[in-house]
Design a protein around this ligand. Structure first.
Ligand SMILES: Nc1nc2c(ncn2[C@@H]2O[C@H](COP(=O)(O)OP(=O)(O)O)[C@@H](OP(=O)(O)OP(=O)(O)O)[C@H]2O)c(=O)[nH]1
Length: 189
């Protein structure tokens, strides 16, 4: 099978798995837009053409958020793709705080391919946050998400300069917006 045939099969698999899921935004965007968006960032912006990385990107939430098992991914797409997906999969049996702390502490130990997927994942989620606030999220929660993402991204650095620059720009702009709102006197002086 050619790379393009394999990638289309992987996208189709992810779309079937996420078929009933929606994002948390007001218009309830189909969830698959996110994994496809992550793969698109890696391909079009980070200029990554490695097949396993692109497959792992589009599959990165299937274990965490659907009935898909690691064995299913391994059988269908091989051990390497399964291993990358597992590296970027949170353990949903843990509390949200524990999962967030683990994302920060484990980021530097991840493989280069998993770090690339993580960077693109955070970039896609932060862009979504800039465009629309998920239902029920306060301004403080949005700010906390930016601060937490920045720590995860720090641990993934040294992987892809294009993605890291794009993320740094977002963090700088967000920090400026925050300071402008809460400390306008600092910016005036
Ligand atoms: N910005 C944004 N995020 C949304 C939206 N819908 C769903 N999400 C997901 O919500 C997660 C962030 O929400 P939190 O409350 O902080 O995390 P939690 O649900 O896992 O506890 C992100 O997952 P993550 O763990 O950070 O990454 P991942 O699961 O994609 O790997 C993101 O993928 C949306 O409309 N906008």
């Amino acid at each position: 099978m050619s790379d393009i045939t394999i990638l289309i099969d992987t996208i189709n698999f992810a779309a079937q798995k996420h078929t009933n899921q929606r994002r948390k935004d007001k218009v309830k965007t189909p969830y698959i837009n996110h994994p496809i968006g992550v793969m698109h960032i890696l391909s079009q912006e980070a200029r990554i053409s490695d097949l396993e990385t692109l497959q792992a990107a589009v599959l990165h939430d299937v274990i965490e958020d659907t009935d898909c098992t690691p064995l299913e991914i391994e059988t269908r797409f091989g051990t390497n793709v399964k291993d990358i997906v597992m590296e970027v999969t949170d353990d949903k049996s843990l509390s949200s705080i524990e999962r967030k702390q683990l994302q920060i502490s484990t980021a530097p130990k991840k493989s280069r391919k998993a770090k690339a997927v993580k960077l693109a994942d955070k970039l896609n989620n932060l862009r979504d946050l800039q465009n629309s606030t998920p239902i029920g999220w306060t301004k403080e929660r949005v700010q906390e998400y930016f601060a937490w993402s920045r720590k995860v991204v720090e641990g993934c650095k040294g992987t892809n300069q294009i993605l890291e620059n794009l993320l740094d720009d977002i963090f700088e702009k967000q920090l400026f917006k925050f300071e402008e709102k809460y400390y306008p006197c600092i910016l005036r002086d």
